[in-house]
Write a protein of this length. Structure first.
Length: 201
């Protein structure tokens, strides 16, 4: 069942209402109350290395131990791992879509969407159902991720990674940004090292 939320609804997440100018209407699948829990964004490269397979579960387990939800963008790589390990660690997963719900059934990670919902999490879209995937919609998805969370953790990112859109919004919203250092010879670490150099935790 789809739950439609606008800012007049008491279930609309307070963080997003307060941080976003012209906060969008949200379409939610799953437990809408999860959107108002304390959550940390775990994001990073679509082409995650073996390093991420060690780092992501360690972080997610720590968040689960503290009853913190995990939010990410449902993309392959780090996002996918973040959602899967949240499910395994029995902490709510929040997936943010970069398109309208009409396109959900064509989505490469549709099975992941179903798992998130089945295990007590939710999937949210800030678009009308008919909105197809476009570059700007993924930028807006990343902005919503930053607006919903208490902190952002980046695990592997190239210097031109789309995660920087999330970082930009997080900085605007005064949300702490944490970047995980990695192999100095890996291109997947260049983005995170750049963030650390720029002042990320």
């Amino acid at each position: 069942m789809i739950t439609n939320l606008d800012t007049t609804n008491t279930a609309y997440p307070t963080k997003a209402r307060n941080r976003l100018v012209n906060a969008p209407k949200l379409q939610v699948l799953g437990d809408v109350n999860v959107l108002s829990t304390t959550s940390i964004a775990v994001i990073g490269s679509r082409y995650a290395s073996d390093y991420s397979t060690q780092v992501v579960p360690a972080f997610v387990q720590e968040f689960a131990n503290r009853r913190v939800s995990v939010i990410s963008g449902l993309a392959p790589g780090v996002d996918y791992m973040a959602h899967i390990y949240a499910i395994e660690c029995k902490t709510p997963a929040i997936g943010v879509l970069g398109f309208g719900l009409n396109y959900l059934y064509e989505f490469e990670n549709y099975d992941l969407v179903k798992k998130i919902i089945e295990h007590g999490g939710c999937v949210v879209s800030p678009f009308k159902s008919s909105q197809k995937p476009e570059k700007f919609t993924f930028i807006e998805r990343n902005k919503l991720i930053a607006a919903l969370c208490a902190a952002v953790v980046i695990v592997e990112a190239t210097i031109k990674s789309g995660t920087f859109y999330t970082v930009q919004s997080a900085v605007e919203f005064d949300v702490p940004v944490f970047a995980v250092p990695g192999n100095v010879f890996s291109k997947n670490s260049k983005g995170t090292h750049s963030l650390i150099k720029s002042g990320a935790y």
